[in-house]
Each structure stands twice: as structure tokens, then as C-alpha cells.
Design a protein around this ligand. Structure first.
Ligand code: NAP
Length: 251
């Protein structure tokens, strides 16, 4: 057995939205396995738990800020092995009243921000002829969830951006994949988690009969970041307790 197959030791990883939630958990998990992890976010809490992470302030809707953090990371390391496009927001409201302001903001962060960041990182990955890009999509990239048109459009777009870039970058030895979480308890979902009816409905749609935890995403993320997935590109991996394969809820 090859013990190094899933190793991320020494890999330079950038994760957007790494200040909290899924991004922070993945960052800590990769850092614990001796990856060199840069977290990108608009703000960071001071916490002992974040020891080992390199925090960099950057709003991913601002190209000059993206360029500045990317050039600093590349200056320090001469490479980027893994980019995790994780930063995202949701602004639910019904389609009839959905404001263009919320639409633009959601698309700017969830889709355009991911594209802009990826473009900057790809320049270096192409020079090194290697890299793995992981887009954090969602079940919303596949299904018509109610009252959240911009989020669903952004995640569907991110999913297809992943496939488009996988096609364009394969010749440079760069892999691009999508990791789609089901319902995971974070600040983004805590309102539904605390609502008895919504909590139960989301749980009932899974095959495993439970909400997800941020820790459920770490294994699949390590797989995509490491050489264990060396022939995997252009794929969607859903970490959803079986939600997307479920034919019928419990009767
Ligand atoms: P979260 O706790 O709200 O974390 C998202 C992080 O992204 C926050 O720290 C946020 O900062 C940051 N961010 C937002 N806009 C940014 C910008 N312009 N520049 C830099 N950073 C920015 O949410 P999460 O649940 O961990 O979600 C992480 C990703 O997983 C998102 O893409 C989300 O769509 C996806 N996802 C989550 C779930 C789930 O059930 N939780 C399910 C499917 C997909 P601020 O707080 O300052 O805005």
C-alpha cells in the first residue's frame, strides 16, 4: 500500500472564504496534514484554533486585491498546487421580488469572483504544469430549489465553469473538479437548521438520515487535492448523504 497516495504535505493550497465555516474547516484539516494553507477572506476572527493558517485579507470581487494576494503567495512559494474556490453567499428571496442588486452581488461573488481568482492562479499552475482546482458547488447546481434564483444560477454556472476549465487546462496537467455539499451546518444554513420543519425536511431527503458536518467534506477534499485523484478531472462529486441519488423520501 502506498502511504503517500493521499498526502498533501508541502502542497501550497489557497482557499477562498477560509475565515469560517466549510472553508475554515477544510483549511485546518489540510494544514494539519502539513499543507501550506493560505486563507482568503474579507475578515478573520482572532482565534488560537487558526494557528498554522496564513490569513490574507481580500475581497474576491476586487481584481486588484486578487492580483495582490496571488502575487504575494507566488513570490513566497513559486507555485500553487491547489485552489479551492469556496467563498460564497446566499440571498434568498422569491423570484417575483428578486432584486437585480441581490442578483449581481451573488453572481459577482459566487461565479465571477471564482473565475477571476482562478485566472490569476492558472498563470502559475500552467508554468508549473500542475495543479488541482476544486470548486465548492452545491446541490443547487443540479436541482431547482425554491426562492433563491441567483444562488442556483451561480452554482449551476460554477459547475459548468469547472467543466469548461477542466477541458481547457487538461493539456497543462491541471485538473478541475466540483465538490458539491448537501446541507451542512454553518452560519449560512443555521436559520434552516434551527427551524424544526426545515431541519426535518432537509434531513428526510438524505439516505443517511442526517444533516452534513463540515468534517464530512474533508476526505473528498483531500482526495481531490492529492495525487490520489491524478486521473480525475471535470467531475462533480456530491457529498450529500445520498440526497442527489434519492428516489423517494421515507413514507
Ligand atoms: P459561510 O460560513 O457563510 O462562509 C463563507 C465565507 O465566504 C465567509 O467567511 C464569507 O465572509 C466569505 N466571503 C463572502 N464573500 C466574500 C468575498 N467577496 N471575498 C472573500 N470572501 C468572501 O458559508 P459556508 O456554509 O461555509 O459556505 C462555503 C461554501 O460552501 C459557499 O460557496 C457555499 O455556497 C457552499 N455550500 C454550503 C452549503 C452548506 O450547507 N453550508 C451547502 C452547499 C454549498 P463574510 O461572512 O464576511 O461574508
Amino acid at each position: 500500500m502506498d502511504d503517500d497516495l493521499f498526502s498533501v504535505k508541502g502542497k501550497v493550497v489557497i482557499i477562498t472564504g477560509g475565515g469560517q465555516g466549510i472553508g475554515e474547516f477544510l483549511a485546518l484539516g489540510l494544514s494539519k496534514r502539513r499543507a501550506i494553507v493560505y486563507c482568503i477572506d474579507k475578515k478573520f476572527k482572532k482565534s488560537k484554533n487558526r494557528r498554522g493558517l496564513q490569513d490574507m485579507l481580500c475581497d474576491i470581487t476586487k481584481l486588484d486585491e486578487i492580483k495582490s494576494v496571488c502575487s504575494e503567495i507566488i513570490k513566497r512559494n513559486k507555485k500553487v498546487d491547489v485552489l479551492i474556490n469556496n467563498a460564497g453567499i446566499t440571498m434568498p428571496n422569491n423570484s417575483d421580488n428578486y432584486s437585480l442588486e441581490s442578483w449581481s452581488k451573488t453572481l459577482d461573488i459566487n461565479l465571477t469572483g471564482a473565475f477571476s481568482f482562478t485566472q490569476q492562479v492558472l498563470k502559475q499552475m500552467k508554468k508549473n504544469h500542475s495543479g488541482s482546482i476544486i470548486n465548492i458547488t452545491s446541490l443547487n447546481a443540479e436541482f431547482g430549489f425554491p426562492n433563491n434564483p441567483a444562488y442556483i444560477a451561480s452554482k449551476g454556472g460554477l459547475k459548468m465553469l469547472g467543466k469548461s476549465l477542466a477541458r481547457d487546462c487538461g493539456k497543462y496537467g491541471i485538473r478541475v473538479n466540483n465538490l458539491g455539499p448537501g446541507y451542512i451546518l454553518t452560519k449560512m444554513t443555521e436559520k434552516s437548521y434551527r427551524n424544526k420543519k426545515k431541519y426535518a425536511a432537509r434531513k428526510a431527503n438524505t439516505m443517511l438520515g442526517r444533516w452534513g458536518k463540515t468534517s464530512d467534506l474533508l476526505g473528498p477534499c483531500i482526495f481531490l487535492a492529492s495525487d490520489a485523484s491524478s486521473y480525475v478531472t471535470g467531475q462533480d462529486i456530491y457529498v450529500d448523504g445520498g440526497w442527489s441519488a434519492n428516489g423517494l423520501q421515507d413514507e
